[in-house]
Design a protein around this ligand. Structure first.
Ligand SMILES: *Cc1c(COP(=O)(O)O)cnc(C)c1O
Length: 426
C-alpha cells in the first residue's frame, strides 16, 4: 500500500526519468553515473556516520567504511599521481571553502576570474570567497583567446600580493596559464589553487593540462561534471604537508560526516576512470571540437574559431543575433535539448537573465556512446530548432533510441531508466 503523497513523489521522479530518456542532456556541469555507482548509493553506507579519518573515527561501526575509504584514497592517489587526496568535501564549493580556509586567513587577497569571464560563484566575494573573508581581484582577461591575460595578470599579482591565485572556471574552453604564474606566486608568497570542478574527468583521462605538474599547490574539484561520479567534492595536494592542512580544514573545519554512500560510489568511479578514463576523455574532447565545427559550419557564432573553438568538453556560442541566451536555451528545451544560457565576457552581470551566450557540454552524451557523426547531426538539429524554428523533438527522440546505455564502465546499463525497489519487492 502506498500513500497518495508517495505516489505523487514517485510519479514526478518517473516523469523526470521518462523526459531525460527522450532528451539530449548537454549541461556542461552534469553527467550520469553507472549502475555500479548507483548500487553503492543505495547501500547502507548512506545511513552511517564516520567523522574524521579512516581508522581514527569518533564513532564505532566504521570497520568496513574505513577499509573502503582508505582503498578509495589509494585509487585516487594513483589516478591523479598525487601524494595526498581528501575525498570528504561534500561538494566542489565546500572543497573551495576548505582550500581557502586551509591556506589563507580573513582579509587576505585572492586573484581569480570574474563570473562574467567564467569564474564560479564560489570564487566571488558574494559567495564562498566572501564567506571566508577573502578580498577578491579579477584576472585581466583576453576575450579573443577566452583566457587569462598573462602579462597583465602577473603585473596585478606583483601589485596586490595576493595570498591565493585561483585558476579554473565554469566557462572553461582552454587550459589556464598555471606554469606562467608559478614564479610570481613564489615571489609574493602565494598559493596556487586550481579549481578543476569542470575538467577533473579530462585531467584524469590525461586530455587536459596537468595542474599539479604545472605548479598548482592544490587542486579542488567536484566529482560529477566531466568526472562521472556521484555528487561531491575532493581536494588533491602536491605534498603530504599541504595535505595535512587541507585535512584539518575539511574536518573538523567544514564537514562533519562525509556522505559515505557517495564515497562508495566515488570509489567505483575511480576504478572506472583507471580503466576507461583516457578513452572517454579523448572522445569527449573530440566530440566538443566536432560539434563546435559543425555548428560553426551552419552559421552559429561559436567562440574562438581561430583557436579550434575548444580544448575541453565545452563550447560557447554567442547567440545575440538569435534572440539571446535565454530565448535560445528555452527554445532548445522545448525540443528536448537541454543546455544553459551563459554570460559571455562582454556581458554585464546585471544581464544574467538574458546574457549573450549559451554553453554546451558534450561529456554526458559522450558517456552515452555518441561520437563525431552524431555531433554533426546534433548541430543540424540545433539549426532546425533555433534558426528554422522547426520542431525537432521527434528527431531527438529517435536519436536517443540508439544511445540508451552508459558506456565507459564495467557493466553497461540503461542510462535513465527508473529503477523501483518498492515495486520489485512489493
Ligand atoms: C560547479 C563548480 C563548482 C562548485 O561545485 P559544486 O559541486 O556544485 O559545489 C566550483 N567551481 C567551479 C569552477 C564550478 O564550475
Amino acid at each position: 500500500m502506498k500513500s497518495e503523497s508517495v505516489s505523487k513523489i514517485i510519479g514526478i521522479l518517473k516523469e523526470h526519468h521518462a523526459w531525460l530518456d527522450e532528451s539530449l542532456p548537454m549541461i556542461a556541469s552534469e553527467n550520469v553515473t553507472s549502475i555500479l555507482v548507483r548500487e553503492a548509493l543505495i547501500s547502507d553506507f548512506g545511513h552511517r556516520y564516520a567523522e574524521g579519518k579512516p581508522f581514527k573515527r569518533f564513532y564505532q561501526g566504521c570497520r568496513f567504511i574505513d577499509e573502503l575509504e582508505s582503498f578509495a584514497i589509494e585509487l585516487a592517489k594513483k589516478l591523479f599521481n598525487a601524494p595526498h587526496v581528501d575525498l570528504r568535501p561534500v561538494s566542489g564549493t565546500v572543497a573551495n571553502l576548505a582550500a581557502y580556509y586551509a591556506l589563507a586567513k580573513h582579509g587576505d587577497r585572492m586573484v581569480a576570474l570574474s563570473v562574467a569571464h567564467g569564474g564560479h560563484i564560489s570564487h566571488a566575494e558574494l559567495s564562498a570567497a566572501g564567506v571566508m573573508g577573502l578580498r577578491t581581484y579579477s584576472f585581466p582577461f583576453d576575450e579573443k583567446k577566452m583566457n587569462i591575460n598573462v602579462d597583465e595578470g602577473i603585473k596585478l599579482v606583483k601589485e596586490i600580493k595576493p595570498k591565493l591565485i585561483l585558476f579554473g572556471a565554469s566557462l572553461f574552453l582552454f587550459p589556464h596559464p598555471v606554469k606562467e604564474f608559478r614564479e610570481v606566486a613564489d615571489e609574493v608568497n602565494a598559493y596556487i589553487i586550481y579549481d578543476a570542478a569542470h575538467v577533473l574527468g579530462l585531467i584524469a583521462g590525461k586530455q587536459f593540462q596537468d595542474p599539479l605538474r604545472e605548479g598548482a599547490d592544490v587542486v579542488t574539484a567536484s566529482h560529477h561534471k566531466t568526472f562521472f561520479g556521484p555528487q561531491g567534492g575532493l581536494i588533491i595536494s602536491k605534498s603530504e604537508e599541504l595535505g595535512k592542512k587541507i585535512e584539518k580544514a575539511v574536518f573538523p573545519g567544514l564537514v562533519s560526516n562525509h556522505h559515505l554512500h557517495h564515497l562508495a560510489g566515488l570509489a567505483i568511479t575511480l576504478a572506472e576512470f583507471l580503466e576507461f578514463g583516457e578513452e572517454y576523455a579523448k572522445q569527449t574532447v573530440a566530440n566538443a571540437k566536432a560539434l563546435a565545427q559543425a555548428l560553426y559550419d551552419r552559421g552559429f557564432n561559436v567562440l574562438c574559431p581561430d583557436l579550434g573553438f575548444t580544448e575541453s568538453h565545452q563550447i560557447a556560442v554567442d547567440v545575440r543575433d538569435l534572440g539571446g541566451g535565454a530565448e535560445v536555451a528555452e527554445t532548445l528545451e522545448r525540443n528536448n535539448i537541454i543546455i544553459n544560457k551563459n554570460l559571455l565576457p562582454w556581458d554585464d552581470i546585471k544581464n544574467a537573465k538574458n546574457p549573450s551566450g549559451i554553453r554546451i557540454g558534450v561529456q554526458e552524451i559522450t558517456r552515452l556512446g555518441m561520437c563525431e557523426s552524431e555531433m554533426d547531426y546534433i548541430a543540424e538539429l540545433f539549426k532546425k530548432a533555433v534558426v528554422d524554428k522547426k520542431d525537432v523533438k521527434d528527431e531527438v527522440r529517435e536519436l536517443r533510441k540508439e544511445f540508451r546505455k552508459i558506456k565507459y564502465t564495467f557493466v553497461e546499463s540503461d542510462a535513465y531508466k527508473y529503477i523501483s525497489l518498492s515495486e520489485v519487492l512489493a
